[in-house]
Write a protein of this length. Structure first.
Length: 123
């Protein structure tokens, strides 16, 4: 990852609502979430959420896909993992250490998003 990309990613996350949105999407995993589900979960108005999703999408941390009439936002887990690798690349002076390892979030159980939606009272 280039420094410019890392800075854009970190800048996008340096705002409380965007960080909450990104964490919610990471929790949902590869299935992603609709803006409506995110709005209910976070208690954020649709217009505010739209602005923050646009910023996260421009940073490369979130992807957007249209499924039928719905927009689905997904975390770009590969980008997130690259950012974590970039940030920890020089830990322990390049020797690598156990304290700086992070889980590979490229796969998330298929039921993660279903549990969130169920918790919101949807079926």
């Amino acid at each position: 990852m280039e420094e410019k990309t890392a800075i854009a990613s970190l800048a996008a996350l340096a705002q409380p609502m965007r960080l909450r949105v990104f964490r919610a999407l990471v929790g949902a995993g590869p299935q992603g979430m609709t803006p409506g589900a995110l709005s209910l979960m976070l208690g954020a108005p649709a217009s505010t959420l739209s602005f923050h999703l646009k910023e996260l999408t421009h940073s490369g941390l979130v992807t957007q896909e249209r499924e039928s009439r719905n927009l689905i936002y997904r975390p770009a887990l590969h980008q997130m993992n690259e950012l974590l690798t970039y940030l920890t690349a020089h830990c322990c002076q390049g020797e690598g250490c156990d304290s700086a390892t992070s889980p590979d979030c490229s796969t998330v159980p298929a039921t993660a998003n279903q549990r969130e939606i169920t918790a919101l009272g949807k079926t």
